[in-house]
Structure formats: C-alpha cells, structure tokens
Design a protein around this ligand. Sequence first.
Ligand code: CP
Ligand code: NVA
Length: 330
Amino acid sequence: MGISLSGRSFLTLLDFTPDEIRYLLGLADEFKRMKRTGTPHRYLEGKQIVLLFEKTSTRTRCSFEVAGRDLGMGVTFLDSGSSQMGKKESLADTAKVLGRMFDGIEYRGYKQSVVEDLAKYSGIPVWNGLTDDFHPTQMLADILTVQEEFHDVRGRKLTFFGDARNNVANSLMVVCSKLGMRFCACGPKELWPEESLIEKCRKIADETGAELEFTDDPAIGARDCDVLYTDIWLSMGEPDELWAKRIELLQKYQVNKELIAQAKPDAIFMHCLPAFHDRNTTVGERIYQTFGLEAMEVTDDVFLGPQARQFDQAENRMHTIKAVMYATLK
Ligand code: CP
Ligand code: NVA
C-alpha cells in the first residue's frame, strides 16, 4: 500500500488519512492473530518507551506495557507524583530530556496542547493516551471491534448517547467521519461537540460520504442504529460537584433494554470503560446513596447482555496500541 508512519506522532486522528487509519487497523488485526497463536513478534527489540500518566488508567497503561514488552521494548512508567514534570521542570525541558533517552513517549493528561508540545520538544514519536479533547488509541480499538462484528464499517450508524462533547465522543465523531460511517451525537444540546470540531468533521464527511447527525431525542439516536455507544457522565478532571447536574441532564440517555429495542435487531452495545452499570464501585454506591440510581449510563442487564462488546474493545486496545507503536517506531 506504500504507507509509512515511521517517526510520526499519534496525537489525534484528524492528522491521519482514512488509508492510514485502515493500515493501522490491518496491522492490529495481524498482531491480534500473532498474539492468539503465540507467534513471537519482538520487532522493536532494544528500543525504550516511557509512559507518562497524569490521570489514572487500567486499560491504556496495561495495553502500552504489555504491547511494549511483546514487541521486545523496555517500558518505564512515570506518574505525576513520581516525576519532576510540571512542578520543578517545565514540559519543554522534560520533553527534551526524555527525547535523549527514549524512542517513544505515551502521554495521558489534561490539555491537548501538552501532548502536542511533548511531540514538538522531544523530537520522538508521542502517542496520545487520552486528553480532555481526544482519545485516539481508543478509537482504533473501537473500530476494530465494529469491523469484527460487521466487516465493512462504511454506512454503519454509530450513536453516542450522553456527554457528547467529551474526549471519547469527539474522537468517535472524527473517526466515523474519516471512515465514511454515520455518526449520531445524542444528548442535550449543551453537551453537543464544539462547533469548530463539527465543522472540521463535516468537511471530512463531504469527502468520505460519512453522515453526521445531532439530536436530543434518544428515539432518533436509536433509530436504524448499528452501534449504541456510551461513556461515563463525568470525565476525569471534572469536579464531583457536577454529578447532580449531569445526572439530571443525562438520565434520559441511559442505554437500557428499552433503548436497545429501538435499534436494529443485530445492533451492539459499546463502552470504552470504566462503566457505572451497578453499585460495585465506591462512586457507584455513593451515587446510589445520594441520587437513588442503581446504574448510570448503562443498565446492568445491557452490560451483561448479548449485545455487549466492551470487553472485546478492551482487549483490542492492546492490539491496536501495538500497531501504533510498531508503525511509528519501526
Ligand atoms: N478506556 C480507557 O482508556 O480505560 P483506562 O482509563 O482504564 O485506561
Ligand atoms: N471520558 C472518560 C473516558 C475514560 C476512558 C474520561 O475522560 O474520564
């Protein structure tokens, strides 16, 4: 195909062509096969990567660690409590130091400008492991999962229910636009994506045949829908005081049996995780005690039901992150 991503950073899917995205998905599929058949693939033996986390993580951190080791690389983990970054050393200085020691940097944190500056000052590939604006490695895992279900993703309708201007929803709008899908943001108007991002996606959609839809009516979101997607109602970094307001705004967008029944008969449910589908977490229990909700964005029966694909997505995080590191470091 003649595609090379060698030396590139992976900061947002806006920077990648549809062919480049499909190339990464193809690589991920190959890596998944190799992992499943126990075929060694230590293609990046001797390289070193560092993972910077300013927010907590299970899937993203483990995916980078396992994928890095499977590829034969050394992996160093740093969180904000155990490095100088930001407190005693500027971002630019930190990036320059890391660029002298490592071959690649993963960053999870707040502003998108931070991950962009890391790439600018380090001179090595930087991978966005989630910022307030985007979560691009999640998208590759999600589309791989949709592809495994429906093969060709073009023309499929994916509806995001809930806080439709968070990092995951923004990124889904971008990737669906790039790949000619039908993206629907379903939530209250005040939580729709920013107009400037919608404009960018509309331009991409004009070229790819994608369609974008925005609605505050859950029935419209579910109509003719292939993928019902949701995420937590309050993202990392947002203050706890917002829970009451978010619950009030988003309760009617909960993905439950009644909503799924309005979608296509073979529709699937997706969630990037972690999810509040029961009371088995400290936050879930606190929300129950305060607001009387047994579940938030998705009910337990849907989460445990036959349409649920969230654990396939979680596994696919590792295969797709491996593809991104391999493609940019090889
Ligand atoms: N989906 C996701 O990014 O999960 P973590 O926050 O556990 O990394
Ligand atoms: N929107 C969520 C995604 C977690 C993977 C957050 O930012 O907390």
